[in-house]
Design a protein around this ligand. Structure first.
Ligand code: DHB
Ligand code: FE
Length: 297
């Protein structure tokens, strides 16, 4: 059967993609940021998954105010990087996994989560920047990402956005869906976006290191409690775009310790994950960058 063996969490600041595409990673401003991902790139090589289930948010690129799916699963064979205003990023197209994606859509909808099924879409920095950070630079024409990717887009841009609790439960349903797929596949699940940032309004530029790190501690050690964080706390403490962090709860909910705690009827999920890597860095554009790699203990 297919298994989820690890989760990866990272911010997705578009300027990070631009720094890579324009050869600026060794500049003093960017060097400390990219140093934090050296371990991660090696870990990706050593632990190459068969499929990445990549939870991210679209920034009015594939979707607009015309149509706002809360949860959208990509079932296409491939996805082109979008033009976000400066031309599409020079990175390889993203190869999908239509069979596994369709199976997950079927299973998760049967578990009462109503997903939007997307057979055609372009992907923006929310998806391509985490791939670049974890996999390094790739030749846009002759290169390729290390494995197929299932894009899973969450609306965190236009209210109403889903609660952390809903996202955490959805992660558990995704784990069950993956485990009911017959083929032996090693699947990694990624939660992306965040951490504290606010891009507009009177508090533009807001960063909250203390809150971000306390939230990371709780995501690792007591994710069931972390999932109860209300939206207003994200907005007040981590800024209006800090609410992107609810996406990390989907990936955390899909880890094996949560499934074990649920099947044993344990209300609070004592942490049973192994923290392979943890990194936090400010500044990167207007955003605090957080990054975790978790494996089943
Ligand atoms: C920035 C961060 C984001 O998450 C985003 O989607 C766009 C811009 C920034 O810090 O510049
Ligand atoms: Fe964003």
């Amino acid at each position: 059967m297919a298994r989820i063996t690890a989760s990866v969490f990272t911010s997705h600041v578009p300027a990070i993609g631009a720094a890579m595409d324009l050869g600026k990673t060794h500049e003093p401003y960017w060097q400390p940021l990219f140093k934090g991902y050296e371990f991660s790139k090696q870990w990706m090589k050593d632990n190459r998954p068969d499929v990445i289930f990549l939870v991210y948010n679209d920034h009015a690129t594939a979707f607009s105010l015309d149509m706002i799916p809360t949860f959208a699963i990509g079932t296409a064979a491939q996805y082109q990087p979008a033009d976000e205003g400066f031309g599409p990023r020079p990175v390889p197209r993203v190869i999908g996994h239509p069979e596994l994606a369709s199976h997950i859509a079927h299973s998760v909808i049967q578990q009462d989560f109503d997903l939007t099924i997307v057979n055609k879409m372009e992907v923006d920095h929310g998806l391509t920047v985490p791939l670049s950070l974890m996999c390094g630079e790739q030749d846009p024409v002759h290169g390729a990402w290390p494995c197929p990717v299932i894009p899973f887009a969450v609306n965190v841009v236009q209210y109403p956005v889903p609660s952390g609790q809903r996202c955490f439960q959805l992660g558990q349903a995704i784990r069950r869906a993956v485990e009911s797929y017959d083929e032996d596949l090693n699947v990694h699940i990624w939660g992306t976006g965040g951490m504290s940032h606010q891009l507009q309004g009177a508090r533009a530029g807001l960063i909250n290191r203390e809150w971000d790190n306390a939230w990371l501690d709780q995501l690792i050690a007591d994710p069931a409690a972390c999932a109860k964080t209300p939206h207003i706390d994200y907005v007040r403490e981590a800024g209006s775009e800090g609410v992107e962090l609810v996406m990390w709860l989907i990936a955390r909910g899909a880890m094996s310790d949560i499934a074990q705690a649920t099947s044993n009827n344990v209300a609070s999920s004592a942490s049973g994950v192994s923290v392979k890597h943890r990194f936090y860095h400010v500044p990167a554009s207007n955003t605090a960058v957080g990054h975790l790699i978790l494996e089943d203990a």
